[in-house]
Structures are given as structure tokens and as C-alpha cells.
Design a protein around this ligand. Structure first.
Ligand code: MN
Length: 169
């Protein structure tokens, strides 16, 4: 399947009209790349920053002046991040399962597949799976001076249980 698509791609490139790839533009034309699912290492979330089983795959970080970076994060049932902040905020696109996000001092909010979560710059929060269901989200954050996250303390079991019990509607 992959071989076929590569051949098709090569044919597609060969068929491009010359005018579409004017020599002046060559140096500045952005490349296109696909990180194929399963082609990157599935990295475990660091124990200092996550509770439970968490894996990250398809990680990327664009070079300056671009700032965007991210990855696909899968949380086993009950797994979640520690408290943390993002200097320029974070967007989560939920692809599978239901989970929670909680801002410090606020009730948690439940989300599910297709939901998009925004966390503002510097807002202390955690996110993760619900207690009975795995959850996957794509996490996107812009870096500031090379930093896209600042980790704080782990979410305690009592905090997690209370967040799930006391979720906002
Ligand atoms: Mn976050």
C-alpha cells in the first residue's frame, strides 16, 4: 500500500507543470512531510509528569520562527498529567474516549471525541482520561524561548477523585 502511494506521489511530482515549480520559488517552497502512524517511537510519559500509563507518539516541533509543536497522547483509564502550565497556551483535539480537564481552583470539565479544548497561557491545569476509559488527544502548543510546558506537582489521587465526582456540567 505504502509502495503504491510512493509511486503515485512520484508520478504526481513528475507531472507537475514546470511553471508550478518556478526556479525562483524552489528555495522557499515549504516541504511536505507525513509522519506515518506507527513510524515513530511510542514514548512513555515521564513518571514525574504523569500518573498512570501514558504514551506519546507522532511528536513534532517546528523550527523557529515557527513555534508549533505537539503529539498524540494516549492515557490509559485513570491516567492523567501532573499540574502544569503552557506559556502560550495549548489546544487539545480529542480523538478517542472521554476525559477531563481541570483548571486550578475550578471544577473539572468532561470532554469526548471531536471536542476541542483550549487552555490559556499560564493557566495551571491537568488533563487526562476518565477513571473507566482510555482517552487519546492530539496536543498542540506553541513554544516560547524553546519552552512549551512547565511542570508542577502531581495531581493527587484525592484531587483526581474529587474532580471526577464534582465535574462541571
Ligand atoms: Mn496541558
Amino acid at each position: 500500500m505504502r509502495r503504491v502511494s510512493k509511486v503515485a506521489m512520484a508520478i504526481g511530482v513528475a507531472c507537475l507543470p514546470i511553471s508550478a515549480v518556478a526556479s525562483d520559488d524552489k528555495a522557499t517552497l515549504p516541504g511536505v512531510s507525513v509522519i506515518h502512524k506507527g513510524s515513530t517511537e511510542k514514548l512513555p510519559g515521564a513518571a514525574a509528569n504523569f500518573t498512570g500509563t501514558v504514551t506519546v507518539e507522532g511528536r513534532f516541533q517546528r523550527d523557529a520562527p515557527a513555534r508549533i509543536g505537539g503529539g498524540t497522547v494516549t492515557f490509559a483509564a485513570g491516567a492523567h498529567t501532573a499540574w502544569h502550565t503552557h506559556p502560550l497556551g495549548q489546544t487539545l483535539v480529542v480523538t478517542r474516549g472521554h476525559g477531563y480537564v481541570q483548571q486550578w481552583g475550578q471544577p473539572a470539565e468532561r470532554f469526548g471525541p471531536g471536542d476541542v479544548v483550549w487552555i490559556g497561557p499560564g493557566v495551571k491545569h491537568w488533563h487526562g482520561a476518565g477513571p473507566d476509559e482510555a482517552m487519546t488527544h492530539v496536543a498542540l502548543a506553541e513554544s516560547n524561548n524553546g519552552q512549551s510546558v512547565t511542570w508542577n506537582e502531581l495531581v493527587s489521587d484525592a484531587e483526581y477523585a474529587e474532580a471526577v465526582r464534582n465535574q462541571a456540567r
